[in-house]
Design a protein around this ligand. Structure first.
Ligand code: NAD
Ligand code: UDX
Length: 434
């Protein structure tokens, strides 16, 4: 099958490469010339474990191509995926659909023969029908169907999530479109990944509802972590005990500094706006969003308290800046909400991140000292704040750390360490919910 992927970002590049791995002929198109130049030079513009090898193999074997324009690949395509960004629209919290609509318009002009246009971007209910209208207006003679195929991959585990999904959701309204999508995903149905076919609206809503549910689960355990701290309970034990109930499940019950990333924050917000537009209340989701903001603010207070009530003039080593490990993505990372208020209170930040420092520099205030390794960040510091649980921070040389630091505060926002070990090594240890 011939596939065009519009947008070669975290989702488009991974999905396009995996489809090529399944045997399809894939062209990834992006308007960002620098991204396409990098891909042509064999450089991967994002950090995603395993992606470089898979891209190289599929390019070498002639199944994966890159381009800045749609004119050549679109007329040949059986399926065209729209995987462009849908960020929060400035000012009102709705999903900004300008990139989706621009892509639809651009595709329309070049369609030839029957084609399925598939929304892979996370988009509000009704978007697929609007994409259909745009294409119909732009090219009344085109023979096409629009489908929805939301993506559930997580950054850092994107390839295994894409190649071993819990489910594949396809919103389709014609047999031809369903047949095309089922045959593209056939290698996954062979390993028994279920395909759920629904109407367009249900597929679009499944994505938002799933993200909102997971975000709510995290906000729930984060609120419990605050209660644990007051009553002497251990949030690990509470999460474990809850998770043993098969109806609850143990995943996404890890307390931390609040969820971040390119999806949960913007998608929970967008879902509240979709509901408002339709006059429906989604108070649980609104509460999850509010609790997430409160958790980040609580982390600032936790750090200040652990440093004796003031951070003015103090040096803080921050380990990890990205919203989760194994990615260079800084979108809505908790560090972006936690570090600026500490700096306003007079803290000096010495930060390390294995992949995210370049991106962080453009998003965080000036004045942060970026270091090449965690020990350089800790040199002379009054406190260490473990912000993101990269593997590199899981087994720190505590003796070395204690020697090079000025103070002894260790604030572990990801609960990587245990109290006894850190206290034994001479640190004043603070964590979340224990
Ligand atoms: P991204 O910003 O990494 O990539 C989007 C790409 O689209 C950019 O490279 C941009 O240059 C390109 N683009 C914009 N307009 C274009 C056009 N008209 N033609 C060609 N290229 C164009 O975004 P992402 O993280 O890959 O997310 C894409 C969509 O997938 C979003 O709707 C997001 O919510 C959803 N999603 C993301 C993830 C994730 O983990 N990142 C997971 C599931 C779903
Ligand atoms: C998420 C969804 O999981 C994925 O299905 C969707 O396609 C895109 O959005 P992603 O944002 O890449 O994926 O990472 P995820 O592992 O879900 O983590 C999101 C945020 O929640 C991170 O900041 C993470 O640290 C936080 N988190 C996650 C917790 O605080 N506790 C948990 O138990 C799990």
């Amino acid at each position: 099958m011939k596939v065009v992927m519009i947008g070669a970002g975290y989702v488009g590049l991974v999905s396009g490469t995996c489809f090529a791995e399944f045997g399809a002929q894939v062209t990834c198109v992006d308007v960002d010339q620098a991204k396409i130049d990098a891909l042509h030079d064999g450089r991967i513009p994002i950090y995603e474990p395993g992606l470089d090898d898979m891209v190289a193999r599929n390019v070498r074997e002639g199944r994966l191509h890159f381009s800045t324009g749609v004119a050549e690949a679109v007329p040949e395509a059986d399926l065209i995926f729209i995987a462009v960004g849908t960020p929060t629209r400035r000012g009102d919290g709705h999903a900004d659909l300008q990139y989706v609509y621009a892509a639809a318009k651009e595709i329309a002009r070049h369609l030839a023969g029957y084609t399925v246009i598939v929304d892979k971007s996370t988009v509000p209910v009704g978007t697929a029908r609007h994409v259909e209208r745009i294409i119909r207006e732009e090219n009344p003679d085109a023979d096409f169907d629009v489908a929805s195929n939301p993506e559930f991959l997580r950054e850092g585990a994107a390839i295994s999530d894409f190649t071993h999904p819990d489910r594949i959701v396809i919103g389709v309204e014609s047999e031809r479109a369903e047949t095309h999508l089922r045959s593209l995903y056939r290698p996954l149905s062979l390993i028994e990944s279920p395909i759920l076919a629904t109407n367009l609206e249900s597929a679009e809503l499944i994505k938002y509802a799933s993200n909102a549910f997971l975000a709510t689960k995290i906000s729930f355990i984060n609120e419990m972590s605050g209660l644990c701290e007051k009553v002497g309970a251990d949030v690990h034990a509470v999460a474990k005990g809850m998770g043993m109930d098969g109806r609850i499940g143990s995943k996404f019950l890890h307390a931390g500094p609040g969820y971040g990333g390119s999806c949960f924050p913007k998608d929970t917000l967008a879902l509240t706006r979709i509901a408002q537009e339709h006059g429906v209340s989604v108070r649980v989701v609104e509460a999850a969003v509010e609790a997430n903001g409160a958790q980040k603010a609580r982390m600032v207070r936790k750090i200040v308290d652990a440093m004796g009530g003031s951070v003015a003039g103090k040096r803080i080593a921050v380990l990890g800046l990205t919203f989760k490990p194994e990615t260079d993505d800084m979108r809505d990372a908790p560090a972006l909400a936690i570090l600026p208020p500490l700096m306003e209170k007079g803290a000096q930040i010495q930060a390390h991140d294995p992949q995210g420092a370049d991106e962080a520099k453009s998003l965080l205030p000036d004045g942060i000292h970026y270091c090449d390794d965690p020990y350089a960040a800790a040199d002379g510091a009054d406190a260490v704040v473990l912000m993101t649980e990269w593997n590199a921070y899981r087994n720190l040389d505590l003796e070395r750390l204690a020697k090079i630091m000025n103070g002894r505060a260790f604030i572990d926002l990801r609960n990587v360490y245990d109290t006894a070990t850190l206290q034994h090594a001479g640190f004043n240890y603070a964590c979340v919910g224990r």
